[in-house]
Write a protein that binds this ligand. Structure first.
Ligand code: GDP
Length: 431
């Protein structure tokens, strides 16, 4: 997602840019005609990130825009997703604003008019002239004082999917993460070698990972490999060293993460760390307890140990395997299918509200500063992961252990047995 800021000199483009990126990167000159090229930076709002570009002094002062500058600006306008056209309420509407507006008309559908320097009554009056420029979306801000900027940012990120919501197009993205030598390569090779699994011969590569598409039971999967799990021979490529970075990348890029443990060593600290990363990223998970051939306890005992050690991944099914003997391996993809099905389930608002009423009846949140913590309304905002928004009078009143109880019950009520659920609390005053 790319956003560009345009406008004539001195309307406050750089100030707005700095507000948006929350840093003081570019120097703000108060003199007209300071020429510099387009600068670019990453910005974040509500956990979503986007690129913002400041055209600074590309457009110089004077009523007419030269052919050369016009060309330069148009190149950028073509490429971006959103244009912030900044004008100055103090100065009022000028001929050069109208010039720029003309330049922007072909991109009207993605242009937002930002009326800046709205900090007193007089500029408020001027501000309404700008409606004659004919842009549908108009925001009034004071970049310098930060007024109205939050609303503008809300609008900018409105259409960006959350980063956790990776595209579900192309298939179920899965990865295998775990410490070195737990058996990831052996499992992947065993899975891809199964008769019912049809591997595409053309793996894709992205900047971050190798992606191997395959189908199983008529469903498309993509195996995301960031650690060279599927390299042909260990001897040739040397021993893998453990990298949390690569595991994290794999987790971020997946819908469902297969966390592989060497159960003959129990559940180690590194295993817990990886499990924690999966939980914090709200990913679907299948826990694979591999090397079962080396232990002499019943499968139930294995599962009990895992449940106890990785209690926070209570939504992740456990599969006990021996990659060497080929045991249990075929269950992994079946579990992935079930997890994914819950992970992408969407419930109606009425159903969600009823579920939440049931939970509140059973056990409401404890009083907050002597006052009742209420829920006004709730709905499921998105899937992958299923995200439930709860509008409440006191966000602060929702303590960690109550939230944990609430989410666990919510998963039961919404029948999302094998998926994490994300709870978003939104505060509404009064009531
Ligand atoms: P990775 O580093 O996690 O990819 O682990 P590998 O798949 O390379 O396996 C590491 C070692 O464990 C190899 O010597 C495998 O043969 C062995 N191994 C893998 N799975 C099993 C298993 O289920 N049982 C036993 N006994 N050994 C296994």
């Amino acid at each position: 997602m790319k956003v560009i800021i345009v406008g004539r000199p001195n309307v406050g483009k750089s100030t707005l840019f700095n507000r948006i990126i929350k840093k003081r990167l570019s120097i703000v000159h108060d003199m007209p005609g300071v020429t510099r090229d387009v600068i670019e930076s990453q910005a974040q709002w509500q956990g979503k990130s986007f690129t913002v570009m400041d055209t600074g002094g590309v457009i110089e002062s004077g009523d007419y825009i030269s052919q050369e500058v016009r060309k330069k600006v148009i190149q950028h306008l073509e490429k971006v997703d959103l244009i912030l056209f900044v004008v100055d309420a103090k100065e009022g509407l000028t001929a050069q604003d109208q010039e720029i507006a003309k330049l922007l008309y072909p991109y009207k559908h993605k242009t937002i008019l930002v009326v800046n320097k709205v900090d007193n009554k007089k500029s408020n009056l001027n501000a309404y002239d700008f409606y004659t420029l004919g842009f549908d979306e108009v925001y009034f801000v004071s970049a310098q004082h930060g007024k109205g900027v939050a609303e503008l940012l809300d609008r900018i990120v409105r259409d960006i999917p959350s980063e956790e919501q990776i595209s579900t197009a192309g298939g179920i993205k899965i990865s295998f993460v775990g410490r070195p030598n737990v058996g990831k390569s052996s499992l992947v090779n065993a899975i891809l070698g199964q008769e019912r699994v049809i591997v595409s011969h053309i793996p894709g590569t992205t900047r971050d990972a190798v992606e191997i598409p395959f189908t199983y039971k008529g469903t498309s999967f993509i195996l995301v490999d960031t650690a060279g799990v599927r390299r042909p021979s260990k001897v040739e490529y040397g021993v893998e060293f453990f990298s949390v970075g690569r595991s994290l990348k794999a987790i971020e890029l997946s819908h469902v993460v297969c966390l592989v443990l060497d159960i003959s060593e129990g559940v180690t600290r590194q295993d817990k760390r990886l499990a924690g990363l999966i939980e914090r990223h709200y990913k679907g998970c299948v826990i694979v307890a591999n090397k079962y051939d080396l232990v002499k306890v019943p499968k139930e005992t294995v599962e009990n140990i895992i449940r106890k050690e990785l209690y926070f991944l209570d939504y992740a099914p456990v599969v006990v395997t021996s990659a060497i003997k080929g045991e249990g391996v075929s269950s992994i993809l079946d579990e992935v299918l079930e997890v994914y099905s819950d992970y992408t389930k969407q419930h109606k608002t009425s159903f969600v509200n009823r579920a939440i009423q049931n939970i509140l009846k059973e056990k409401p949140p404890p009083l907050y500063r002597g006052k009742e913590v209420k829920v006004y309304y709730s709905f499921q905002k998105s899937t992958a992961p299923p995200t439930v928004v709860v509008i409440t009078n006191y966000v602060e009143g929702w303590k960690e252990n109550y939230k944990r109880f609430f989410i666990r019950r919510l998963r039961e009520e919404l029948k999302l047995y094998k998926s994490p659920v994300r709870l978003e609390l939104v505060q509404k005053e009064g009531g």
